[in-house]
Design a protein around this ligand. Structure first.
Ligand code: 2HA
Ligand code: ZN
Length: 275
């Protein structure tokens, strides 16, 4: 099969296009990665090349050794992925030590995988381990309301989780484990990758202060839906804060406990503090 005919590739392209239309991907902002299933890579093997050199990942991901990933290209625009996928995304193979990668398909006009490859692969490695291989998608975007909140809320997991949960009843059902936050860091390197993958051990959502958000999930729909839900709640919170009078009423800690019982989710008590 041709790579572009594969369902996982079509799903990847659709997420890029949907994200662009949400206004989350100005210029070359954001990046996406997908850990390809063995039967999926097998189905497109005839369409892969083998002439590109091995390059260092910039970090070490031994638990991803020998696996294949579909990722966006560094400096490429989400806006262009649907129009010209073979020039803007690529399939990479990770070597047997988990330290190097090579391009096996795509980026036909040149380029490298996403500048955030260390963060993507370290997050995918953590998620593979703790979900027994279920999670396959890591998505990074620059949604404006979530970024705006990093200028006015304390950069604490408990506060971000609680304030965003309060904005929409379904939030704690969609992400019962909460949200992690890191203070401002230089993007693109190993340090921010390590900090983010530490958060991914506990959460499916990590916010980078004054920059953007990372989400992880089983498939494209659930990962995009998670980003969408957090950003929608952040949009409401920005409106509430902008109205200037504070909250007159809200969802209380006991309301969350009642919700947890009926919806059969566990909500950690550290997020249900008295204010
Ligand atoms: O430009 O979003 O974090 C791509 C990015 C880097
Ligand atoms: Zn970014």
């Amino acid at each position: 099969m041709k790579v572009l005919d594969a369902e996982f590739v079509q799903g990847f392209i659709r997420l890029c296009d949907d994200g662009f239309h949400q206004n989350w991907h100005e210029r070359n902002g954001g990046n996406l990665s997908y850990r390809i299933k063995p039967e999926e890579i097998e189905s497109v093997m005839d369409d892969l090349n083998e002439d590109k050199p091995w390059q260092p990942i910039g970090t070490s991901v031994p638990d991803l050794a020998g696996e294949y990933f579909l990722v966006t290209g560094s400096g490429k625009y989400f806006q262009n992925v649907k129009r010209e996928p073979e020039a803007n995304i690529c399939i990479i193979e990770v070597d047997e030590r988990g330290e190097n990668y090579r391009i096996r398909w795509g980026l036909v006009k040149g380029g490298r995988p996403t500048s955030e490859l260390p963060s993507h692969l370290m997050n995918l490695e953590v998620k593979k381990k703790i979900t027994n291989g279920r999670y396959r998608v890591v998505y990074h975007a620059h949604p404006a309301n979530t970024v705006a909140l990093t200028f006015v809320l304390p950069l604490e997991d408990e506060v971000f989780t609680r304030e965003i949960w309060e904005m929409m009843t379904e939030c704690p059902v969609v992400f019962p484990d909460g949200i992690g936050v890191v203070g401002w860091m230089v993007p693109g390197g190993r340090d921010i990758a390590v900090a983010t993958s530490e958060l991914m051990k506990k959460y499916d959502v990590a916010i980078w202060a004054h920059h953007g958000m990372f989400c992880s999930g089983e498939d494209f729909d659930s990962t995009f839906g998670l980003m969408h839900t957090v950003e929608k709640a952040a949009d409401i919170l920005v409106k509430v804060l902008s109205m200037g009078q504070g909250k007159r009423q809200t969802i209380t800690p006991q309301n969350f406990r009642d919700l947890a019982v009926d919806f059969k989710v566990t909500l950690p008590e550290r997020f249900l503090y008295e204010k």
